[in-house]
Ligand binder design. Structure first.
Ligand code: ASP
Length: 722
């Protein structure tokens, strides 16, 4: 094994040295509108812009879906979707109980009928897009106050979507802010609501290395799963029904077992969530001083206490599993970002750039008039926000962490919002989204753990003692007694004993009620939510007012930077369809350390200790030891490759994106980034930014050998013959 490693390292550097000189990959999550401006051939790609996106025909992106907050790809003409294990994690958990523990053992549907309906999961496929900036911005006038400005823009965005949907029944339309305050695009989607779980390996494979290896290279996780989209028998999108039939995608991505090697060009299309590269140094400083440390602190506390609660109790562990996983993922990501900010001295560097920007602005009277105030105003804006942040973060945690309070506030807010016309409601409460919102609440109710909730609520109340108790928060002490007192503990216990909220049937009824009807129920958490709501509403409206102040400043900053930097200007990621390209390549994270870009099954055995997160299922160990790799081994590497490293520009939301070779064939599945690349969301750089994916050969080998999934390989058209 040692020899192989050295060998592959040598091969990597020779290959890297011999690679034809192509420009190093650039930062860039390109919207489809930018594709024609890129030199794809120079990036080593054999596909054209029209092969990737083609409004007049079919193209690769027709086979790529937004799956909740992740991405996935159609890999069969029966709606089979390849995505990450961590993207299907909640569905696997929902299918599980201590007797049928699919998280532990893996899930394999024997046939279509056994596929598990993944409540709350949805699929979107981008059909088309068009710029609607002029229509959106026509809704605002120069003299509008900031709160009204935000409300007017939001309303116009919703009107445009609803108008489109009314004229095109069955389609979903959404207006996305590309550069807030400046450019808006209407995206049209096919929107599917019946999604099912087909195959997932055990967590010990899908998440091998667990939190220790998360955001880290070298990696050996088989982070993949298969899901399937269904439609009504007429082929139209429909809610779950046993009569539904597999969706027929317009485009199926070709899965190949030829694999990739060091130096090969690759590209990714997917739905990256959010990046913040166009933002000011003041914003970054605000995040680094408040948002991120406060979040890390609270999440770490929760992880420790929730994990302790689950000790020795499998059903409780299952109930809390998704939550704990998300808390870990975000906390570790923020730690990586905070380290990256100081390692790169990012705030100072951004500040220095802003000094040069200010000089550029001042050099021209017209620019000075338009933009001279922008940086100063942004600084003032964030200084004000700094002061509010600790309290507002606490309030946000109070709303999000204890599930019963979160559910109660959602039900109450829904009743308030449903009094308004559709285009003035928050998105979650628009008629078209109410089913999804209710499903989300019902999933929470099904996995409700009152013990965990009361622990979190008690701790948040203790922490709330640090803030001068505002008059608006009195309901909390009224319901729960003076913080820290024995009386408060009793009242908390009483609250959880008497609540009837966390019941799926009750929630379905409550979500159809008016505020007055909800009040009459006299349900303790709903009462608490109703009493707290005015304070949440105040903060929400204050958020909209702030957005109304911030967006014009952000738009002006982007304008000024466009002139200052020259050239193209790519909008930050915002959950819409993007393209990025790069190469399979390693990097040097620090002095004297060089990473090669492929790991192998041999590395699984090296890492294995027998104790989670490094405990393979015994059968998996046997399969690796038997070296029964079929056609999936890489002869140079001497085994099946497990994970791959490459220089694309990705972020959260790209999880589950297919990694495509020069010809647009599926050779991997994106699921993570390396430790140094957690800072990408603020600053991408070729020297340290690497994405991590599962090699498709590992996906196929595990599905076939471990999962017994020849059916799926056949369905994807992947043969086993040499
Ligand atoms: N693993 C990541 C996530 O949690 C993917 C990424 O951010 O690159 O979304």
């Amino acid at each position: 094994m040692k020899f192989r490693k050295t060998c592959s390292a040598v091969v990597f550097f020779i290959v890297a040295a011999l690679r034809p000189p192509v420009a190093a990959a650039d930062a860039g999550m390109y919207p489809m509108s930018e594709l024609n401006r890129l030199d794809l051939a120079a990036a080593g790609l054999e596909v054209t812009a029209a092969d990737i996106y083609n409004p007049d025909g079919t193209a690769l992106v027709d086979g790529i879906v937004k799956l909740g907050g992740c991405t996935g790809a159609f890999v069969s003409d029966q709606g089979l979707i390849l995505t990450n294990h961590h993207c299907a994690f909640r569905a696997i958990r929902d299918a599980s109980d201590p007797e049928h523990d699919f998280l532990r053992d893996g899930f394999a549907a024997a046939d279509f009928g056994a596929e598990f309906p993944a409540a709350g999961y949805t699929v979107r496929i981008t059909e088309s897009y068009r710029d609607v900036s002029a229509q959106v911005l026509a809704a605002v006038t120069g003299d509008m106050d900031p709160g009204r400005r935000t409300a007017a823009i939001e309303k116009r965005m919703k009107q445009l979507s609803l108008d489109y949907e009314a004229a095109h029944p069955g389609k979903r339309a959404e207006v996305s802010e590309m550069f807030p305050g400046e450019s808006y695009v209407l995206f049209v989607y096919t929107f599917l609501k019946d999604v099912r779980l087909v195959y997932a390996p055990p967590r010990a494979i899908g998440n091998f290395g667990g939190e220790q290896d998360n955001w880290i290279w070298p990696r050996h996780a088989g982070d993949f799963s298969f899901m399937r989209a269904y439609t009504g028998p007429d082929g139209e999108p429909a809610a779950y029904s046993p009569d539904n039939v597999p969706y027929r995608p317009r485009k199926v991505l070709q899965v190949v077992r030829s694999g990739v090697g060091s130096g090969d060009p690759v590209f990714i299309c997917g739905y990256p969530g959010r990046t913040y590269r166009q933002r000011s140094s003041f914003y970054l400083e605000h995040l680094a001083r408040y948002t991120m440390p406060l979040t890390v602190d609270w999440y770490t506390w929760q992880i420790e206490h929730l994990e302790a609660l689950g000790q020795g109790d499998r059903s409780r562990q299952l109930a809390l599993a998704s939550r704990i996983k998300q808390l870990h993922n975000t906390a570790k990501n923020y730690r990586g970002k905070l380290q990256g900010i100081s390692r790169l001295d990012l705030i100072t560097r951004k500040r220095a750039e802003e000094v040069r920007l200010q000089e550029f602005i001042a050099a021209d009277p017209q620019r000075q008039r338009l933009y001279g105030h922008v940086l100063r105003d942004l600084e003032g804006y964030y200084r004000d926000l700094d002061r509010e942040m600790p309290y507002e973060m606490w309030l946000r945690f109070l709303k999000r962490s204890p599930q019963a309070l979160q559910v109660a506030l959602t039900v109450w807010e829904s009743a308030q919002e449903r009094q308004k016309p559709e285009d003035e409601r928050d998105t979650a409460y628009m008629d078209r989204n109410l089913d999804q919102t209710l499903q989300r609440l019902q999933v929470q109710a099904e996995h409700f753990d009152a013990g965990a909730d009361s622990l979190l609520l008690a701790e948040l109340l203790r922490r709330g003692g640090a803030f001068p108790r505002s008059h608006e928060l009195e309901p909390l002490s009224r319901v729960l007694g003076p913080e820290g007192s024995a009386e408060a503990a009793d009242m908390l216990a009483h609250l959880f004993k008497t609540t009837t909220l966390m019941d799926p049937q009750f929630l379905a009824a409550a979500m159809a009620m008016t505020p007055a009807q909800l009040r009459r129920l006299d349900e303790p958490f709903l009462n608490l939510a109703a009493d707290l709501y005015p304070e949440y509403l105040r903060v929400k409206l204050e958020g909209k007012r702030r957005k109304g102040v911030l967006d014009p400043l952000r738009a002006a900053l982007v304008d000024a930077r466009r002139g200052f930097l020259g050239g193209r200007f790519i909008p930050d990621a915002n959950g819409t369809l993007r393209f990025t390209y790069g190469h399979i390549e390693g990097y040097s994270p620090r002095d004297a350390v060089l990473y090669t870009p492929l790991t192998t099954v041999g590395g699984l055995l090296e890492k294995e200790t027998g104790t989670p997160p490094y405990a393979l299922p015994p059968r998996m160990r046997e399969l690796v030891e038997a070296r029964d790799f079929g056609p999936f081994a890489d002869s140079d590497l001497g085994g099946v490759p497990v994970d791959i490293l490459y220089s694309t520009d990705t972020t959260g939301g790209n999880s589950g994106s297919p990694v495509l070779d020069a010809r647009g064939r599926v050779v991997g599945l994106n699921f993570d980034r390396s430790w140094e690349a957690t800072i990408n969301d603020f600053a991408w750089d070729h020297s340290y930014s690497r994405s991590i994916g599962v090699d498709i050969r590992y996906v196929l080998w595990v599905t076939w050998k471990f999962g017994g999934g020849v059916r799926l390989l056949d369905e994807m058209g992947v043969g086993l013959a040499d």
